[in-house]
Design a protein around this ligand. Structure first.
Ligand code: ZN
Length: 127
């Protein structure tokens, strides 16, 4: 990548890098989850919803710890899904689902948002 000095270009480049990194982190988490399933053939049988809930919670904790997700305090707008990707799981929030919009730039499924909100309570406040 050639060096740039214009602040607007730097901001645009940074935003692109952040978006790419977020996508990579989501993809990595999904691959880890798939690998866990592949390593344990009983996972699908005994896992059920408890296991997927635990994986979702683990993913939210990692995304919060890594700064990919900001802690949320429960203030969000809810409406019909717009097809934008969920900030937590990466899957699109379809028009058939409820979409939570946080700070105008992040969207999440209801279930993802509830876990995100709950796990945010455990994030220490920055001073
Ligand atoms: Zn989601």
């Amino acid at each position: 990548m050639p060096p740039t000095s214009h602040p607007a270009e730097l901001i645009a480049t940074s935003r692109t890098c952040v978006a790419q990194n977020r996508a990579l982190i989501r993809e990595t988490r999904l691959r880890v989850a798939q690998a866990r399933r592949a390593c344990n053939p009983w996972f699908a049988v005994v896992g059920g919803s408890d296991a997927s809930e635990r994986m979702l919670r683990d993913m939210v904790r990692l995304l919060l710890a890594g700064g990919v997700l900001r802690p949320v305090d429960g203030h969000a707008w809810a409406g019909n899904g717009t097809g934008r990707p969920c900030a937590v799981c990466g899957n699109p929030v379809t028009p058939m689902e409820v979409e939570y919009e946080v700070d105008g730039d992040a969207t999440a499924h209801t279930r993802c948002f509830l876990v995100w909100q709950e796990e945010s309570k455990h994030v220490p406040e920055k001073k």
